[in-house]
Design a protein around this ligand. Sequence first.
Ligand code: FES
Length: 226
Amino acid sequence: MNTPENTAPWHPVARSADLRPGANIVAGFAEGQELALWRAADGTAQAWENRCPHRSVRFTLGQVIDNRLACAYHGWQYEAGSGQCASIPAHPAMQAPRNVCAKTFGTAEAAGMLWVNLSPEVPPVPDALGGAVPDGWHFCRTLTVRASAGTAREALARNGLAEGPAAPGWRGRLGGTETVALVLDAQPGLAFIHLWTEAAPGSAAMKALHAAARQLRTEIEALPQG
Ligand code: FES
């Protein structure tokens, strides 16, 4: 999808259904930024730098307590939304330091995915995100490939998928099955491809897509890396 110049992209980092309110923390990546993805008890999705601002321990080791994320090391708790330190349980009488904040990023939920924008000034969520996956389609799998996102896109084009002019994602047939591929630039030399399809779970078409996805990964990782 073409984006206006100077507009930071929205990255498809995880499937929305993988984040349960007030429950789990999922590790994510976008453009080399390591993320802690979670959902507050009120349902709002959160994408934070995966480092506690106290002593840099990964937030993914911690736990969600209602609308807060609690670090695993010293237990400091940070508020959903602002990332502000809200409580230091070891010193309940002490005021939480106002200047200690987790680094937070903009999020959007559309087409069954959680999208993250790394820009400090989060741009408006484009309507096009909602059209990335047709209504009623099913999630197949996320393919992890040891290659750049550019190489992954190149391989999708070689396999006859075309980038949508109006919505993000690559659309076409993989293994004979109608598919949308959402490519995530995770890290240098690492890309994720989220595959969605019209095929029903457990169907022969879905199995064909799984087989084609494995073949696609082999093909991508064999390509020269730019
Ligand atoms: S490192 Fe997170 S609370 Fe100390």
